[in-house]
Design a protein around this ligand. Structure first.
Ligand SMILES: [Zn+2]
Length: 317
């Protein structure tokens, strides 16, 4: 890994009803058509943006979203255009890691089957809903022959903010379906590694390579689409500079990063999901900058491509 600097760009295709669930809003708030916005409107924007910069794209699709015909068609077209389609679980259950082993198997399989039906290819990568990985879930991925997982997100401010928001929501009597991860994740490696199957936030000899999501600088600030697309440009540039010393860069985006209220995101959701109020034109320009910087500093590959290189070049990265 040391010889080659690799970067990956991935988009989690969580449809808007998953955002309603995390913010404790009734899904009935979503008007007709909003369920397809991420796949039918945002995804083609990502494909266009990445094609313009020759960036290979990895998509994380949720199985149940693909039951919607427009969503399925959009993912199929992305696959045909060369995107890797990986598994973001069957139902985007934030409490997946609290289910039984059998339930986890079934949920991962549900995502896998839905993707295979749409693209004709089985997914080799997985990202857990809410970024939470446990020994039991890791074992499921090993058993199902996954080549990589990309759930580990060792971002201190993210963890602290999530703890505070969930505490605040409880205070006001609203329930989020989010699950707070163990603080052990903050000590997880920031570069690709082979996890210890009994404790996957630590190094070991597991068969499924972990490709952590990039955090910036000593503060471990989450360098993800939500911030890269909405913070002032000098702040994004400074964050990028503090992250680019790392030989592997895993830039994580969400479909909602290229949507705004004008696309039809309901006001009740935009009130709590504040990046939805930033115009798409501004977010697109910011993301175009970041993709340009990544292209200057790294060789851009899909996450499956990165996992293959990591697997080839080391037994324990
Ligand atoms: Zn997600």
């Amino acid at each position: 890994m040391a010889a080659e600097r690799l970067a990956c760009v991935s988009v989690d295709l969580d449809s808007l009803h998953h955002y309603c669930r995390i913010h404790g809003l009734p899904e009935s708030e979503l008007p007709a058509g909003a369920a397809e916005l991420v796949h039918a409107v945002a995804l083609p924007r990502f494909l266009e943006l990445c094609a313009g910069r020759s960036v290979p794209l990895t998509l994380f699709a949720v199985g149940e979203d693909l039951a919607n015909e427009r969503c399925a068609r959009a993912v199929q077209q992305a696959h045909r255009a060369g995107a890797e389609v990986a598994n973001h679980s069957g139902r985007h259950d934030y409490a997946l890691t609290r289910r039984t082993r059998e339930q986890m198997h079934l949920d991962v399989e549900q995502g896998e089957t839905a993707i295979q039906e749409v693209t004709g290819a089985r997914p080799w990568g997985f990202r857990a809903p809410g970024y939470t990985l446990t020994a039991a879930l890791y074992q499921v991925l090993q058993d199902r022959g996954y080549r990589y997982d990309s759930s580990v997100f060792p971002a201190a401010p993210y963890w602290a903010a999530k703890a505070a928001v969930m505490g605040g929501m409880r205070l006001f009597g609203r329930r989020s379906s989010a699950v707070l991860d163990t603080p052990r994740v903050l000590l997880a490696p920031r570069q690709p590694y082979r996890p210890d199957p009994s404790s996957p936030y630590a190094r070991g000899g597991g068969a499924v390579v972990e490709l952590p999501i990039t955090t910036a600088g000593v503060t471990r600030f989450p360098f993800i689409g939500t911030y890269a697309a909405t913070l002032p440009r000098p702040a994004v540039r400074a964050l990028y500079r503090s992250a680019r010393g790392q030989p592997f860069f895993n830039f994580e985006l969400h479909g909602i990063d290229l949507l705004d209220e004008a696309d039809g995101i309901p006001p009740a959701l935009a009130r709590v999901q504040r990046d939805a109020r930033v115009p798409v034109a501004l977010k697109r320009a910011r993301l175009r900058d970041v993709l340009g910087w990544l292209g200057d500093d790294y060789r851009l590959v899909t996450l499956a491509g990165a996992a293959e290189t990591v697997g080839r070049t080391s037994g324990g990265v």
